[in-house]
Design a protein around this ligand. Structure first.
Ligand SMILES: [Zn+2]
Length: 482
């Protein structure tokens, strides 16, 4: 395997030009796609997995990419022989970049904490720790979490930031995504129902509802880019039924629809939440969501674990999506989401690593493996191996409302990840190296490219120095626990 640069060293050059350390105010400049036309030839992949409508897997496959967009997908012998840059991926499986549909990046600061707690107990243990978080903490944890995600083959991530203690803002993680180089769907979360008003979180971490809506409008108007190939979209995302009021849910839905942005919240995660909804709203979670205008093709729920057959059908009928987070559901003992049932019913489903204080990692290819195994446990039967890869790629793209990513097809953005088939973890599985990605122990991606530009190269992050980042992150984490 070798990475060869053409005359102008365009890939590396663009990367350094596009992703310098930027102030939040100037972020939209970072996300603009390179104006200079460049071509990239990806060639000799052992197998190139397209995840297109024909589920094509191309032996000795490759891509021809122009200015970040896929122009050709074909066997290497059918592709142009030259380009500005050439990435020879002999002995690598190439897949579409993985899409993460649910996360709380700030929680990387508090991994392996509240180790034996279920959701409500876990939250009430962690809220006081999270109340110390600053702008810098949000930024460093997002840089670390997104880097770890990129190293697992992820090219697009959503993040649900729902508490804003001290001087922290959504801008802090948007800035981080610009540094790392991933596509980012920044969900402006919120909590308004403190303990004194019957909610779960302490009053110290909730916000005033007018302020929430005002800031949500600000971040949409400042950052949201709806165009194809967008590196940054904003999502409206009250935290959960037990931490915001009915009014805020309704107002948030109206605001999102006014701006044409998507809606996200936690729903039906645990039995405790179901009991809370029945007690406070007189109905179970999905009926409550529907009563406050929270179903539709622009809506997706994190978890959606506890759903009846009728509710699954309602999710399908309304086009509402689900972010499946198997590791988090297992870690917190929340239950097993009915993923195979969702897929049978035609519900949009993607994967989320969640957390990562309830995971406790940012390993998306590993999450796909867990999704596969857990679906088989629930059904006591088979979900096909490649369905897990579908959830992690095109499934996630659909959940985020994107038709420009998720497959390696002509006209799509050139987001892909490459895994080395010669690693010890895959030894003995080379007869089907695609299945090996899902069935064998998960490994780091050798290469992760977003819009035709490297974010991970030879297993290392391109835009950040990992050792320094880990040190900075651990100093921030230590301060929270001091
Ligand atoms: Zn969550």
């Amino acid at each position: 395997m070798q990475f060869r640069l053409g005359e102008a060293s365009n890939v590396a050059l663009h990367c350094s030009l596009l992703l310098p350390a930027m102030k939040p105010e100037s972020y939209p400049q970072v996300v603009s796609i390179a104006s200079k036309v460049t071509t990239l030839l990806v060639t000799h992949a052992t197998v190139l997995v397209t995840m297109d409508e024909h589920q094509r897997e191309i032996p000795d496959g490759g891509l021809f990419i122009r200015d970040g967009w896929i122009e050709q997908v074909a066997p290497s012998s059918d592709l142009p022989a030259s380009a500005d840059a050439i990435l020879d991926l002999t002995d690598h499986v190439v897949i579409p970049g993985l899409v993460n549909t649910h996360h709380h990046l700030y929680q990387t600061l508090t991994r392996a904490y509240a180790q034996d707690s279920e959701l409500f107990d876990w939250l009430t243990t962690l809220y006081p720790v999270w109340a110390k978080i600053t702008s810098q903490d949000v930024n460093v944890s997002a840089r670390l979490g997104l880097t770890e995600l990129a190293m697992s083959g992820c090219t697009t991530s959503s993040d649900h930031l729902y508490l804003f203690p001290n001087d922290s803002r959504l801008d802090d993680e948007i800035d981080a995504a610009g540094h790392v180089g991933l596509r980012f769907h920044a969900a402006r979360g919120s909590m308004s129902l403190g303990q004194s008003a019957g909610g779960l979180p302490p009053d110290s971490v909730v916000e005033d509802e007018e302020e929430i809506l005002k800031d949500t409008r600000r971040v949409i108007e400042t950052f949201h880019d709806p165009k194809p190939g967008s590196m940054l979209r904003v999502v409206v995302a009250p935290c959960s039924p037990f931490s915001v009021t009915r009014d805020l849910m309704r107002e948030s839905a109206a605001l999102a629809r006014h701006y044409g942005v998507t809606l996200h919240t936690h729903l039906a995660e645990t039995i405790d939440e179901e009991a809370f909804c029945v007690e406070h709203f007189g109905m179970p979670p999905l009926a409550y969501a529907e009563s406050v205008d929270w179903v539709g093709p622009e809506v997706w729920f994190a978890h959606a674990v506890h759903m009846s057959e009728r509710e699954i059908a309602r999710m399908a009928d309304t086009g509402t999506g689900a972010a499946h987070c198997p590791a988090s559901n297992m870690r917190l003992g929340s239950g097993i989401a009915p993923i195979a049932e969702y897929l049978d019913a035609g519900v949009r489903v993607g994967l989320g690593v969640d957390g990562s204080a309830s995971n406790d990692g940012n390993d998306l290819i590993g999450e796909a493996r867990l999704a596969l195994l857990l679906a088989r446990v629930r059904r006591q039967g088979m979900m096909p191996v490649r369905s897990a890869l579908e959830l992690a790629t095109i499934g996630g793209a659909r959940v985020l409302g994107r038709d420009d990513i998720g497959t390696l097809s002509v006209g799509k953005a050139a987001d892909f990840a490459a895994f080395d088939v010669n690693r010890v973890e895959y030894a003995g599985a080379q007869h089907d190296p695609v299945a090996a990605l899902l069935l064998c122990a998960s490994t780091r991606a050798s290469y992760t490219y977003v819009h035709g530009k490297p974010v991970v190269s030879e297993g290392h992050p391109v835009n950040l120095e990992l050792e320094t980042l880990v040190e900075e992150h651990n100093r921030a984490a230590a301060r929270l626990f001091s």
